[in-house]
Design a protein around this ligand. Structure first.
Ligand SMILES: [Zn+2]
Length: 166
């Protein structure tokens, strides 16, 4: 690489080149962690989990070593409550973007409402942090990253030890 340091455009070139290399490095690390997951998936050690339900179950058990989350995930995790103020019904649910909760309260039949809502990625990252798991947000701008989203729902985990399936 030939970079001129004598003027500002040379400096920009230098910064651009450094950013390109950082991006390459990130993608390489993403690829390596996906490869680790794939290796666990095909081995018989039972150290791979995927899909929100299985991965959340393992996060709650504290058995996740590394969680892989696609940056394409747009779902939210919501606390759903009853619109009837004298009713104490509440549940946590994953929602697709811009979709109100379906159905009525199981206790009193009143319409349901969203009381609190955060990104699914933030919700799962928080659970992962609490159990000391490593969080990897995976770009979809390369083939394996796109596969993580399409084939595994954008949520996968490498486990510390084998757990029973849900
Ligand atoms: Zn209710």
């Amino acid at each position: 690489m030939d970079v001129s340091y004598t003027d500002e455009s040379g400096l920009y070139e230098l910064v651009d080149a450094a950013q390109d290399r950082l991006l390459d490095l990130e993608i390489t690390q993403d690829k390596l962690v996906i490869r680790r997951f794939m290796e666990e998936l095909v081995s018989d050690k039972g150290l791979a989990a995927y899909g929100e339900k299985e991965v959340r179950h393992n996060l709650e058990l504290g058995s996740v070593d590394t969680i892989l989350l696609s940056e394409n995930l747009r779902n939210t995790r919501a606390k759903i409550t009853c619109s009837n103020r004298s009713c104490d019904f509440s549940e946590n649910k994953t929602l697709v973007p811009n979709a109100p909760p379906q159905g009525n309260c199981l206790k009193c039949g009143s319409p349901l409402q969203v009381a609190d809502e955060i990104d699914l990625v933030s919700d799962l990252s928080k659970l992962a942090d609490e159990s000391g798991a490593t969080v990897k947000i995976i770009s979809s701008e390369f083939e394996e990253g796109a596969q993580l989203y399409q084939a595994f729902g954008g949520i996968a985990a490498i486990l510390r030890y084998k757990t029973s399936h849900l």
